[in-house]
Design a protein around this ligand. Structure first.
Ligand code: ATP
Length: 338
């Protein structure tokens, strides 16, 4: 006799979900399971459908086809406030006339949580994001980073099984974004919630996610653990999007760099950190012409031309431009073209 596993209380199950806006298919037959307590980042360029997919899970949009379940329960037809999820928005979406505490309490009022319990849960949520001292302050007197933590506390206060993040850090300057990212990374495991996290920032996805789903034109192109996707992308699209690999479509050049003929339908992916300046006589070296150089602090980025192909490589910033310039790939990977 086979026994089926007990339904997981906070796992998200997206099954064959499609969402159209007129002639445009924003989400195209997507299926995705997010296991309990884990974080999946939806990563992709603007317009690939990641926000729409998140909003479908939150109940802010209704799919044209497919089902969404949370903890084994079909929530496809439920409005947002009846779903076991809470959303953290890019814009914070705080109420400007309310205090910090009132903002955090809002979701609990909507859910008709009794007053005494509301007080306790507001205090606990604010403590988690280290804002307990600011509870009585008007929310407009807080910095952007603090406001985003209020928005997070508001989501945490309703103790959701699922947290939905819509580019939560993209309105913050870089230093604050990184600091808040670290706080989130430290906080999330202790909550035990399951998270879906939309971002177009690959570093954020790499740093926070247990798995990354890279999207393109409404579909998930590849899904995997950050290190696996980064090191062994299957497609040129993911190799390019995650870490900006050079994609060499010229089969002759690809064969020279890889020292082997391209497999059918495959192109060469070489990361900028895996290309280096070489002596023109070295095996695998190809002569190149310098097109542009940018000093970026810890390294310089050089764009070099080989025939019609431009290759980008990272070079020690103290390196002088050699008289006879050649490059060589130390590591590379064959990936599906397109
Ligand atoms: P961004 O990072 O720019 O938000 P995204 O990957 O999140 O991009 P979506 O916002 O999900 O992309 O949009 C996917 C596609 O659906 C886009 O072409 C967008 O123009 C379209 N779209 C989204 N919402 C609507 C809507 N309410 N009405 C019509 N089209 C929409």
């Amino acid at each position: 006799m086979s026994t089926s596993p007990a339904p997981n209380p906070s796992a998200i199950q997206i099954t064959s979900v499609t969402k159209r806006y007129g002639a445009l298919t924003a989400v195209d037959d997507v299926s995705l399971d997010v296991s309990a307590g884990s974080l999946v980042a939806l990563l992709g360029p603007s317009g690939c459908g990641k926000t729409t997919l998140l909003r479908l899970v939150g109940g802010f949009e209704t799919p044209d086809a497919g089902q969404i379940a949370v903890g084994g329960r079909d929530v496809t037809a439920l409005p947002p406030q009846q779903r076991p999820s809470a959303m953290v928005f890019q814009s914070y979406a705080l109420f400007p006339t309310m205090t910090v505490g009132e903002n955090v309490e809002y979701g609990l009022r909507v859910r008709k949580v009794p007053r005494a319990e509301r007080r306790a849960r507001v205090a606990e949520a604010l403590a988690r994001v280290e804002l307990d001292r600011l509870e009585a302050k008007p929310v407009t007197q807080l910095s952007g980073g603090q406001q985003q933590r209020v928005a997070l506390a508001r989501a945490l206060a309703v103790a959701p099984a699922v947290l939905l993040f819509d580019e939560p850090l993209s309105n913050l300057d870089q230093a604050l974004r990184e600091a808040t990212r670290r706080q989130l990374k430290a906080l999330l495991p202790s909550l035990g919630t399951t998270s879906l996290y939309v971002t177009h920032d690959q570093q954020e996805a790499l740093a926070l996610a247990d798995r990354i789903a890279v999207m393109r034109a409404g579909q998930i192109v590849e899904l995997g653990a950050p290190e696996d996707l980064y090191r062994t992308p299957r497609t040129a699209y993911v190799a390019r999007f995650l870490g900006g690999a050079n994609i060499v479509e010229d089969t002759d050049l690809a064969a020279r760099l890889a020292k082997e003929a391209p497999p059918p339908g495959q192109v060469l992916a070489v990361r900028p950190e895996h290309l280096r300046l070489a002596s023109p006589d070295e095996p695998g070296a190809v002569s190149a012409r310098l097109r542009a150089r940018q000093f970026l602090g810890t390294y310089s980025e050089w764009d070099v031309e080989v025939g019609d192909t431009t290759l980008r490589l990272w070079v020690d910033p103290d390196t002088a431009v050699p008289e006879r310039l050649a490059v060589r790939a130390d590591r590379w990977r064959w990936v599906e073209e397109g």
